[in-house]
Structure formats: C-alpha cells, structure tokens
Design a protein around this ligand. Structure first.
Ligand SMILES: Cc1cc2nc3c(=O)[nH]c(=O)nc-3n(C[C@H](O)[C@H](O)[C@H](O)COP(=O)(O)OP(=O)(O)OC[C@H]3O[C@@H](n4cnc5c(N)ncnc54)[C@H](O)[C@@H]3O)c2cc1C
Length: 497
C-alpha cells in the first residue's frame, strides 16, 4: 500500500535460508531489504527444535555454509551449537538491523500497475517490496495427529518442536507418538529418566549407524589451520550422500551396502526376536526418511520402554487406548509426529497476476520451476521450495545454489531496468514434466506413506535426482526463461520507492 514502509526485497523467514539470503544481498550491494519472521528471533528449525538430543543428522562439516565453516564440538553438533552458528552469521554479516522478528506474514499481493508486492503482517500492517523471497522452510508447522480424544487428555502434552522444558519427565510414564527423525533423537534421552516410555509406532524406520564422535580442541585447531582437510571431509560426506541418493533415484539395488549396515545394527542391538520383528520395515529403504542413530534400538530394548505397534484407537483422560482394547496409562504425551509439509507456504495467501491465488494454482500439489519460481507470480522467489528437499544429503547445499540464483535474478532486474520478471509457463511445464517422470521411478513414489507425496502419491517435496545436478541447473540465472516487463512509469510528482 502506498505510504507503508517500502523495501527493494522482503525476505520471509530467518532460518538458514533467510539468513543466507540476507548475506548474499549484502554481498551483492543490496542493503534495502528486511527479513521478517513470525517468531522472536533467527534460527528457524534450530530455534524451534529444542528437544533433548536434538542435533543434525548430516555431519556439520557439510551441514554449514561453504563460505563460513563452523567450529563444531563434534561430527553431529547439538541444536544449540547450530543455532549459535546461525546467530553468529547474522551478526558477523551485519544482518541484525535488517531482522524484524515477531512479524508473521499472512498475505502477499502483487500490484501489476506498481510492480510491487504488498506484504501483510499478522498485526494488519503492510510493507511493500519490489521482490519477495520466501524462506519459510518445509518443516516449521508441527503436525498433530488426528486421533479421537486428543483434547481429552488431562496431563501435559506437546509436540517435539514445541518442547515443554518446564515439565520434567523424570519418574513419569510417558507416551510418545511417532518414530520419525525427531523421536529417534529424544526417546533415548527421555528413557534415561522416565519411569516408563510407551513408543507408539505406525511404521518402523530404517535406522543406520551414526558415525558420531566428538572433536577435541587439537582436532578443531587442526581443521582451522588446514581448512583443506575440512573441505576434503565435506566432499567425502557429500559423496556418501550422493551414493545413498543413487539408490533412491536410480535403483534400490544400489542400497545393498546400507541395507547390510542396517540389518547388522538391528541384529546386534536387539536380542529379542519379537521386538526385532517389529523394527523391520515393509517398504523399500529410502521411501520414508532413512534415519541415523546408535542408541535408538538400544533404547527400545530397555526394560522401561515398550514399542507399541497396535494402532491407537483413542486418547483417554489418563492414557492411550489401542485397537486391541488395552489402555496404557500415561502422565505425559509427546507427539513426534513431524510437520505439515504438503501445503507449501501456508497459511500465507499469495496472490499474483490477475488475482491468481497460489494455493489454488497448487490445488493438485505444489510445483515450481527449479523449486524457485511459479508462472504468474512475478518477482516472487522461493528457497527450499517444492521438490528441493533431500533424502540423503545436506539442505544447505541446495539452499546455497538457490540463494545465488535468486541474487542473480535480483541483479538482473536492476541491471536490465525491469519492473518484473515471471517464469515462462512453458519453461515451468517442461521442468514439472521432468520432475514427474523422474519421481515416478524414485523410491519416494514406491507406495509407502511418507511426508513427500500427496494423497494421490505425487512427489512434491523431494529433488528426484542427484544433488549435484540440481546445483548444475541453478548455476546461472537465464533471463530468457522469464517474461520480462519494463518498470512502470512513475506517476508525476511521486518519487520511486
Ligand atoms: C529437527 C530437525 C532436524 C533437521 N536436521 C537436518 C539435517 O541434519 N540436515 C539437513 O539437511 N536438514 C535437516 N533438517 C531440515 C531443516 O529444516 C533444513 O536443513 C533447514 O534448517 C531449513 O532452513 P530454512 O531457512 O529453509 O527453513 P526453517 O529453518 O524452517 O526457517 C523458516 C523460518 O520461516 C519462518 N516463517 C514461516 N512462516 C512464516 C510466515 N508466514 N511469516 C514469517 N515467518 C515465517 C519460521 O518462523 C522460520 O524461522 C532438519 C529439520 C528438523 C525439523
């Protein structure tokens, strides 16, 4: 709206994507931007997920920006170190004055006449921008299960991404719903002090050994002194990830090695054949996210932990009732049930050319050219958008490629004197056709229930090829793939914002 604060770029989200974008903007000499976030500070995933045992599962030498290595306490540092790394990055790069926390975006509307986006915040105020970069991630809206009676439970309950640190679990009977990436990190920690833990499992995950170890001071100094060694480790981790990816996108037969590792770990860590049988997945490795842990199976084998595979029928005031009619008492319930991943960008209402709504455009599932641009939504770019999640490598590798691409697009807008650019529909269509064809033969569309596919089984979240090929595709911004419109004339007597 005319009169509201105006920026060249509004970045939505202050996680790795938003912070990385801010750094790239500053390096490109663009200072006229703001990074808004609905929460109270930077960090995204690493601000929200404070559960015991929270850590990355891609080694931090790769799960960090290539241009700024971290000084990590170990191969898989805990959440607080990753959060501190992100906050340091923001400070070192002078981003703090650009950050505007507590500013959830509810709507973005493009005004073709002014070639500007009007961005509406939760408090009703509006800011204007020449371009919008959405960096809202794929994993920040917790998903709670639709189980009858969930509201009837009288004890404390919470989602793993909203951990209630005020409620101690020592000596309590705890019910954990879900056995995904977060649960396998917090259950071993909770089980150490809880009186009893019932873990409710719908489908078992494949759990591979985690090559975790601490870095001593001497080793950290060694990495600092010889950065090439850290880079070599980065490359090694990347190549291992690409090897896993080969199995996911070319043929599961290539996963014979990881399958052997998984089976050996399961057999050596769980002696009870009945419990072991409950831990054997009935789907192809990779269809659901492959997990890494050395203490998941030992935790399940503890005398104070039960793995319950009977479906939950309902939640009662004091516990869980399973389909076999058994009620298991619980003092607290923790939902390790993941995130709402399919309705990208929700709940923001994004309106592009001729009043077109993005959620309606995506009614059969999200899609975007390179996961970044959608035809009909000019000067609107996404980081970690549709089909850019990974099953076997570091998201930061994807984000770095996207950030560079978007920075180049913004530079092109300026250097070519353009009002807006909009990806050509035929370019997006050709890309989407390729994504669909490649996804069809990937493990993600092999029939299991996972968070990457829509109800109709279409993969909208994962990149369906090797990761390096994504970076190859985004290596340069090609203006020819976009419709380009000149800047609208400035009305007499009005300065250009
Ligand atoms: C527990 C956990 C562990 C993970 N471990 C790994 C790992 O080891 N390796 C890996 O590659 N990936 C991992 N991931 C995936 C992780 O999400 C990405 O690696 C990365 O952190 C994504 O960064 P992002 O900035 O794109 O999104 P996020 O970190 O999710 O940040 C998005 C930001 O946008 C803000 N936001 C959202 N909507 C709005 C709105 N409407 N208005 C304003 N602000 C908004 C949010 O508050 C948030 O701060 C993990 C995810 C989780 C949940």
């Amino acid at each position: 709206m005319p009169g509201s604060p105006s920026y060249r770029v509004v970045v939505i989200g202050a996680g790795f994507g938003g912070i990385g974008m801010g750094i790239a903007l500053r390096r490109a000499g663009i200072d006229d931007f703001v990074i808004v976030d609905k929460c109270d500070g930077p960090g995204g995933t690493w601000r929200d997920n404070t559960y015991p045992g929270a850590a990355c599962d891609v080694p931090a030498h790769l799960y960090s920006f290539s241009f700024r290595p971290g000084r990590w306490s170990g191969r898989f540092p805990p959440q607080r170190e990753i959060l501190a790394y992100l906050c340091d990055l923001a400070e070192e790069n002078g981003l703090d004055p650009h950050l505007r926390p507590g500013s959830g975006v509810t709507a973005c509307r493009f005004d073709e006449g002014r070639a500007r986006w009007d961005v509406t915040l939760a408090d009703g105020s509006t800011i204007q921008a020449g371009a919008v970069v959405s960096a809202v991630g794929q994993l920040n809206r917790p998903a709670l299960p639709d189980i009858a009676g969930r509201g009837d439970f009288t004890g404390p309950s919470w989602h793993s991404a909203r951990w209630d640190h005020g409620t101690g679990l020592a000596g309590l009977r705890v019910a954990v719903v879900g056995t995904g990436a977060s649960a396998i990190q917090f259950v071993p920690e909770v089980a150490k002090t809880a009186a009893h833990v019932d873990v409710y499992q719908r489908t078992p995950p494949y759990v591979l050994p985690k090559t975790d170890r601490r870095y001593g001071g001497a080793e950290q100094s060694f990495y600092d002194r010889f950065p090439v060694v850290r880079k070599a480790d980065r490359l090694r981790i990347f190549l291992y990830g690409e090897l896993l990816t080969s199995g996911f996108v070319l043929s599961p037969k290539l996963l014979a090695g990881p399958m052997q590792l998984w089976r050996r770990q399961l057999n050596s860590q769980i002696a009870d054949p009945a419990l072991r049988a409950k831990c054997v997945p009935d789907y192809v490795m990779g269809c659901k996210r492959v997990l890494f842990s050395n203490d998941w199976y030992p935790a399940l084998a503890r005398p104070n932990v039960d793995l319950v595979t009977e479906p939950i029928e309902r939640i009662a005031a004091d516990g869980m009732v399973t389909a076999d009619g058994i009620t298991r008492h619980a003092d607290a319930i923790i939902y390790g049930t993941g995130f709402q991943t399919l309705d990208f960008l929700a709940p923001m209402a994004v309106t592009g050319l001729r009043g077109r709504r993005l959620d309606q455009t995506w009614h059969e599932g999200a899609e975007a050219y390179l996961g970044i641009s959608v035809a009909g939504f000019p000067n609107f770019f996404m980081l970690y958008g549709p089909n850019t999640n990974l099953g076997g490598n570091s998201i930061l590798y994807m984000l770095e490629g996207q950030i560079r691409y978007v920075a180049a697009a913004l530079r092109a807008l300026e250097s070519e004197g353009l009002g807006w650019i909009d990806v050509r529909p035929e370019v997006q269509q050709a890309f989407s056709t390729w994504v669909s064809a490649s996804s069809r033969t990937s493990v993600w569309e092999s029939g299991c229930h996972n968070w990457y596919t829509t109800d109709s089984g279409r993969n909208t979240n994962n990149w369906p090829d090797h990761t390096f090929l994504y970076r190859h595709r985004v290596r340069r911004f090609d203006l020819g793939r976009y419709r380009a419109m000149p800047k609208p004339p400035v009305p007499a007597g009005v300065g250009r914002a």
